[in-house]
Design a binder for this molecule. Structure first.
Ligand SMILES: NC(=O)C1=CN([C@@H]2O[C@H](COP(=O)(O)OP(=O)(O)OC[C@H]3O[C@@H](n4cnc5c(N)ncnc54)[C@H](O)[C@@H]3O)[C@@H](O)[C@H]2O)C=CC1
Ligand SMILES: CC(=O)C(=O)O
Ligand SMILES: [Mg+2]
Length: 372
């Protein structure tokens, strides 16, 4: 199969869909891999590294899309990239379609087969292709939040861990999944006073077991959320309902009642964000202030630590890329219900229920399209 790796073009996005070692693996199975010149240069993977791995280097994204049947990326296609997508293409990347009507419309119109990393599952119902980036973003969220609490960025001027004689900052983490647990570990490490809110008792039990009395856990209700949020210096938004738009758990009224200079890091912004006041920002301009509350809402946080993130992502995507290339997308999807869970759009139909509900399309069972 012909596999294509375009250079990422989102703001300060330096990750790359395939590293040379992944390319080498696919070429070893007889596939042709077309890599856009400079695709990995920013994180130390030169064009020569790719050539030695067996890739064919091409000058522009147009040529990658022209040559390839399977397109492997990191972030969702930007408008200019979407114009190059054809029915013969299979796209394998993060999509986050529920809050993105324009992208959904374009993918549906393209006729392409679009598989979202973030909804591929594993045997335990987890999200193995989202997990490594959630580990990264969870860890980064506390760094970002600590930075935003500094006075010159509009923050309260509070040090997360406090100092002897002065209380530490209060950190509330909404959603105790992969992002939430990694955020908790960092916040505990820095000496903050940490509360994690989740609606899944198993998650809360696991957190209690892991962190003991270093954190407090709270069952998520409108009341507990309200209390925790308005008393916090730093709130991390890390909820997820797979494929769906994030629930707006932090209302405008709660933001109004938060202390001046407190901070919301809404990691869930890639699914639309869990605060009513959240809107996506970029690494260039990561924060804005509403009612005195600093909002950090960067939708591609792991792009800032692109080398670590790319390696972690390739570790988990490579087996699926190999299956798609070796068997062809149809057979690979028929053979593996976990990969099939990643299928969001195919042949002009939306094949993921939560995405269809959020974007106004009729849901089509992917099995009817695949003839399984
Ligand atoms: N901005 C960025 O750069 C990145 C964003 N993310 C996003 O972070 C979000 C979280 O991802 P993960 O931690 O991997 O998901 P996860 O599935 O591991 O955890 C989500 C948690 O939210 C909880 N939850 C759902 N509804 C809730 C409610 N009403 N109240 C309290 N808790 C609730 C679930 O029980 C679950 O424990 C996702 O939207 C993901 O796409 C992930 C990586 C990078
Ligand atoms: C998951 C995601 O949105 C990212 O890694 O950028
Ligand atoms: Mg206020």
């Amino acid at each position: 199969m012909k596999v294509g790796v375009p250079k990422e073009i989102k703001n300060h996005e330096y990750r790359v869909g395939m590293i040379p070692a992944s390319v080498h693996e696919l070429c070893g199975h007889g596939h042709e891999v077309y890599v856009q010149e400079g695709a990995g240069a920013a994180i130390g993977f030169s064009d020569e590294d790719y050539r030695q791995a067996g890739a064919r280097l091409v000058a522009g994204a147009e040529e990658v899309f022209e040559q390839a049947e399977l397109i492997v990326k990191v972030k969702e296609l930007q408008a200019g990239e979407r114009a190059m997508l054809r029915p013969e293409h299979t796209l394998f990347t993060y999509l986050h379609l529920a809050p993105d009507q324009a992208q959904t419309d374009d993918l549906v119109q393209s006729g392409a087969t679009c598989i979202a990393y973030e909804t591929v599952t594993d045997h335990a119902g987890r999200l193995p292709l989202l997990a490594p980036m959630s580990e990264v973003a969870g860890r980064m969220s506390i760094q970002a939040g600590a930075h935003c609490l500094e006075k010159y960025l509009g923050g309260r001027g509070v040090l997360l861990g406090g100092v002897p004689g002065v209380s530490p900052a209060r950190v509330t983490i909404i959603g105790g999944g992969v992002v939430g647990q990694n955020a908790a570990a960092m916040a505990v490490g820095l000496g903050a006073q940490v509360t994690v809110v989740d609606r899944n008792m198993e998650v809360l039990r696991h957190l209690d077991h892991r962190f003991g009395n270093q954190i407090s856990t709270l069952f998520s209700t409108a009341h507990t959320l309200d209390q925790a949020v308005i008393e916090s210096d730093l709130v991390i938004g890390s909820v997820l309902i797979p494929g769906a738009s994030a629930p707006k758990l932090i209302t405008r009224d709660m933001v109004r009642r938060m202390p001046e200079g407190s901070v919301i890091v809404d990691v869930a912004i890639d699914q639309g964000g869990c605060a009513e006041t959240s809107k996506p920002t970029t690494h260039d301009n990561p924060t804005y202030i509403v009612d005195g509350v600093v909002h950090y809402c960067v939708a591609n946080m792991p792009g800032a630590v692109a080398r670590t993130s790319t390696l972690a992502l390739n570790n988990v995507t490579l087996p699926f890329i190999a299956a798609l290339a070796n068997k062809g997308p149809g057979q690979a999807l028929r053979d593996d219900p976990h990969l099939l869970a990643g299928l969001n759009v195919m042949a002009g139909k939306v094949t993921y229920r939560e995405v269809a509900e959020a974007t106004g399309y009729t849901y089509t069972n992917p099995e009817t399209l695949l003839g399984t």
